[in-house]
Design a binder for this molecule. Structure first.
Ligand SMILES: [Zn+2]
Length: 249
């Protein structure tokens, strides 16, 4: 398994093993156990050991816009009202965060330049190639080299459960004609593999395959641990990604 489950003070959360090897990055993916919308900032702040007031979470719109955090002078509360589905920074002590209930969380770390990012990719963001946008931004703004970037694809609805209609099948086939095995046919259903599409998008951007980590944990199959919009027929519950650079990074 690429991802590990941790339990602390009644909270269950998840981390990528590979990211844990970096002592200058903190990251987590929350579960439905112990977390709620009221305690989230406080608990994230404790888990990451970074100030609660430095948490940034955009108004997500299933788009592909990326917001850069390049100054401590911003009002982070105000920034969190901006629309966007991706965040990038090279500043320590800032908690970048996105909200999920089946949509794919994608984490980015430039091992050389020490730049981090996180993105929210449902089918729309994945179709729009949010992963490419994130990597493009890292290259353009921070001069990141694809060979140095680690990509982590976190828990979300998997190809075991994500049934889609023929309209989506056609859209993805037309836009990504070279992507193989992005659909799974089961009985008379077609399931879409968002993990593989994000993986292939990252690979196409020059990320080394050994640096693309897929958690392969399905939120819909594991609804005891995760919120799943599909499985629960809608939910207000969200899992939250968080990533931050430690002071002195
Ligand atoms: Zn599943």
């Amino acid at each position: 398994m690429e991802i590990i489950e941790k339990t602390k003070n009644g909270l269950i959360y998840y981390q990528f093993k590979r990211f844990n090897q970096l002592n200058w990055v903190e990251h987590i993916f929350t579960s439905r156990i112990g977390w709620n919308n009221e305690n989230i900032s406080e608990k994230l702040s404790k888990c990451l050991d970074m100030p609660k007031s430095n948490r940034i979470s955009l108004r997500q719109v299933h788009g592909t816009d990326v917001v850069l955090i390049d100054s401590y002078d911003e009002d982070f509360n105000k920034l969190s009202k901006l629309e966007g589905d991706g965040l990038i920074t090279d500043l320590p002590n800032i908690i970048l965060s996105t909200n999920h209930a089946d949509c794919v969380p994608i984490y980015f770390v430039d091992l050389n330049k020490k730049v981090i990012g996180v993105a929210h990719g449902g089918w729309r963001g994945t179709y729009g190639n949010m992963t490419r946008n994130m990597i493009d931004k890292m290259k353009g703004v921070y001069n990141s080299n694809a060979k140095d970037i680690l990509v982590g694809i976190g828990p979300s609805i998997g190809p075991c459960c994500y049934e889609v209609g023929m309209d989506l099948v056609e859209m993805f086939k037309n836009r990504y004609p070279n992507f193989s095995n992005i659909f799974v046919e089961k009985d008379d259903k077609v399931l879409l593999d968002l993990w593989r599409i994000n993986y292939l998008q990252a690979r196409d951007m020059g990320i080394e395959v050994q640096n693309i980590i897929v958690s392969e944990v399905c939120t819909s199959c594991n609804v005891d641990k995760f919120h799943s919009y599909r499985k629960e027929g809608g939910t207000k519950g969200r899992m939250v990604t968080a990533i931050g650079l430690r002071s002195g990074a």
